[in-house]
Write a protein that binds this ligand. Structure first.
Ligand code: HEC
Ligand code: HEC
Ligand code: HEC
Length: 429
C-alpha cells in the first residue's frame, strides 16, 4: 500500500469505529424516569405486601441485596463474575441511597428490562433475564413489599470491573445478543401445579442462573443445555435435568422436603450457595414450594437415579490400599460423624455415598464442603460439620477426596484434585 492509501484506510477504520460507537450510544440510550416522592408505606394494602414478601423469598432477593453484617435489602453483597465484582444495590426505600424515588414504572423497567431509573443499563448479575417474565401483579406486589421496608442509608461499594466492561452502554450490545425475553405461556397438557412451578422457577427463583452452563460472555446456555450444571461462587451447581448424578431419585416429595428444610434423608444437605436458596424457600408459601418441586422433579424424571441398585457399594478395603494417607486422615477427622452407625447417621442423616457431591463429574463440591464445613441452612440446631480450611493442607484434602471417591463415588475419575483445592480456596473467598 502507498502512504496515501494507508492513510485513507486508517481514516476509514477510524470513521467506522466512530460510527459504530455512535450507533451503540443511540441503541443504548434509554430515558430517565422522573423521580417521585417516596410512596407512603400505608398506601399499600397489607395483602399485597404479604404477597410481595413471599415472592421476594422465592426470588432470593435478600441474598444479593444484603452484605455480611448489613441490613436486609441495603445492598453491598459482592456478586463475583469472571470480569470483576458487581455489588447488589440498596433497594430499600431510602430516597438517596436506595430506590425511594423510584416510581412503580421505573421499578418494573428495572425488573423486566434491566434498566435503572436514570436510564443506565444494569449488569445481568442482577437476574433480570429471568425476572423479565414476572407478571404485572407480581411486580406490583414486590414494589409494595420493598417500599414498606425500613429505609436504610447505606451506599454499596462501587463495582470493580475490568475496563472497558465498566462502561454500561456496552450492555446494550450484550442485550441485543443474549436477551430476548419470551413470555411464559401456560402448557395446558400439564397440571396447574407444574405450570405454577415453571412460572416461579423460570422467573423469580432463577434456578437456571446457577444450574445451567454459561458461555464466554456469561450468557446462560439454554435449549439442550438447560439445567446441565453450572458454577456459582466457587461451587458447582450439578445438573438438575435427566443428567442429574443423584443416587436416589428426586421425587416431588423429596424435593419439597429439601426446599423446606435444607435437608433430605436421601441426599446431602443444601450447601454453599444452595443454602440461602433453601433458607428463603423454607419461609415461602408451602403451595408454591410444592409447585417448584413438581416442576423440577419433572426435569429430573428420567435421570438414572432410579436405576441404581441399592444398597450402595462400599469399596472400603481396596480404597484403603489405594489411598492409605487419605484413609488415615479420614479415620482421624471424619469417621466419627460419617461412618454407618455414627450417631448422626443413626439419627437420620444420609451416609456419605448418598450425597450427590461424590458422584458429580468434578470434585468441587466435595472440596468446598471440607473447606467450609456444612451448617444446616434452615434450622439452627446441629449437627453441623466444622470447616477444615485451616486444619488441613491442600494435599491432605486431595488425599481424603481421592479416598472417598474411590470408596463411594461413581462417574468419571477426578484429576488434579490438589490444584482444584487451591482454586476452590481462591474462588470460594
Ligand atoms: C444474583 C444476585 C441478585 C439477586 C438474586 C437479585 N438481585 Fe437485584 N441486583 C443485583 C445486582 C448485582 C444489582 C446491581 C446491578 C448493576 O449495578 O448494574 C442489582 C440491582 C437491582 C435493582 C436496581 C437498583 C438500582 O439502584 O439500580 C433492583 C430494583 C433490584 N436489583 C431488585 C431486585 C429484586 C426485587 C430481587 C428479587 C426478586 C433481586 N433484585 C434479586 C443482584 C441481584
Ligand atoms: C461433627 C460431625 C462431622 C465431622 C467431624 C465431619 N462431617 Fe462431614 N458432614 C457433617 C454433617 C452434619 C453433614 C451434612 C449432613 C446432611 O447431609 O444432612 C456433612 C456432610 C458432608 C458431605 C456432603 C455429602 C453428604 O453426604 O452429606 C461430605 C462430602 C462430608 N461431610 C465430608 C466430610 C469429611 C471429608 C470430613 C473430614 C475431613 C467430615 N465430613 C467431617 C458432619 C461432620
Ligand atoms: C445461587 C446459585 C443457586 C441457585 C439460585 C439455585 N441453586 Fe440449586 N444448587 C446450587 C449449588 C452450588 C448446589 C450444589 C451444592 C449442594 O449440593 O448443596 C445446588 C444443589 C441443588 C440441588 C441438589 C442436587 C443433588 O442432587 O444433591 C437441587 C435439587 C437444586 N440445587 C435445585 C435447585 C432449584 C430447583 C433451584 C431454584 C428454586 C435452585 N437449585 C437454585 C446453586 C444454586
Amino acid at each position: 500500500m502507498t502512504r496515501g492509501r494507508r492513510l485513507k484506510f486508517a481514516g476509514v477504520v477510524l470513521a467506522s469505529a466512530v460510527v459504530a460507537f455512535v450507533i451503540l450510544l443511540v441503541i443504548a440510550h434509554r430515558p430517565a424516569i422522573a423521580p417521585v416522592e417516596r410512596p407512603d408505606p400505608r398506601s399499600f394494602a397489607p395483602a399485597l405486601v404479604a404477597r410481595g414478601a413471599n415472592l421476594a423469598r422465592i426470588g432470593n432477593c435478600v441474598s444479593c441485596h444484603q452484605s455480611e453484617g448489613g441490613r436486609p435489602y441495603a445492598g453491598g453483597y459482592p456478586v463475583k463474575t469472571p470480569f470483576g465484582t458487581i455489588y447488589g444495590s440498596n433497594i430499600t426505600p431510602d430516597p438517596d441511597a436506595g430506590i425511594g424515588h423510584w416510581s412503580r414504572a421505573a421499578f418494573a423497567r428495572a425488573m423486566r428490562e434491566g434498566v435503572g431509573r436514570d436510564g443506565s443499563h444494569l449488569y445481568p448479575a442482577f437476574p433480570y433475564t429471568h425476572y423479565a417474565g414476572v407478571t404485572d401483579g407480581d411486580v406490583d406486589a414486590l414494589y409494595a413489599f420493598l417500599m414498606t421496608r425500613p429505609a436504610v442509608r447505606a451506599t454499596p461499594p462501587a463495582n470493580d470491573l475490568i475496563p472497558p466492561l465498566d462502561f454500561r452502554p456496552l450492555l446494550a450490545g450484550w442485550k441485543l445478543l443474549f436477551f430476548q425475553p419470551t413470555p411464559i405461556r401456560a402448557d395446558p397438557s400439564q397440571s396447574a401445579d407444574w405450570n405454577r412451578g415453571r412460572y416461579l422457577g423460570e422467573t423469580l427463583a432463577h434456578c437456571s442462573a446457577c444450574h445451567s452452563p454459561r458461555g464466554l460472555l456469561q450468557q446462560e446456555k439454554r435449549g439442550d443445555a438447560a439445567y446441565d450444571g453450572g458454577w456459582s461462587g466457587g461451587w458447582y451447581a450439578p445438573p438438575i435435568n435427566t443428567r442429574s448424578p443423584a443416587v436416589r431419585a428426586w421425587t416431588p416429595q423429596r424435593l419439597a422436603t429439601y426446599f423446606r428444610t435444607g435437608r433430605s434423608r436421601d441426599h446431602a444437605a443444601a450447601a454453599g450457595p444452595m443454602g440461602p436458596v433453601t433458607y428463603n424457600l423454607a419461609r415461602a408459601e408451602p403451595a408454591d414450594v410444592r409447585a417448584l418441586a413438581t416442576y423440577y422433579a419433572w426435569w429430573m424424571r428420567d435421570a438414572p437415579a432410579a436405576k441404581v441398585d441399592l444398597p450402595l457399594p462400599d469399596r472400603r478395603a481396596p480404597a484403603e490400599r489405594q489411598h492409605p494417607a487419605g484413609a488415615r486422615l479420614y479415620e482421624g477427622a471424619c469417621a466419627t460423624c460419617h461412618e454407618p452407625g455414627a450417631p448422626m447417621v443413626v439419627a437420620g442423616r444420609p451416609v456419605l455415598p448418598l450425597g450427590t457431591p461424590l458422584h458429580e463429574d468434578n470434585p468441587r463440591d466435595t472440596i468446598q464442603i471440607i473447606l467450609q464445613g456444612l451448617r444446616p441452612p434452615v434450622e439452627a440446631s446441629g449437627p453441623y460439620m466444622p470447616a477444615y480450611a485451616d486444619a488441613l493442607t491442600d494435599r491432605q484434602i486431595a488425599e481424603i477426596v481421592a479416598y472417598l471417591k474411590a470408596r463411594h463415588g461413581s462417574g468419571p475419575a477426578w484429576h488434579d484434585v490438589e490444584k482444584d483445592v487451591a482454586k476452590a480456596r481462591e474462588e470460594g473467598r
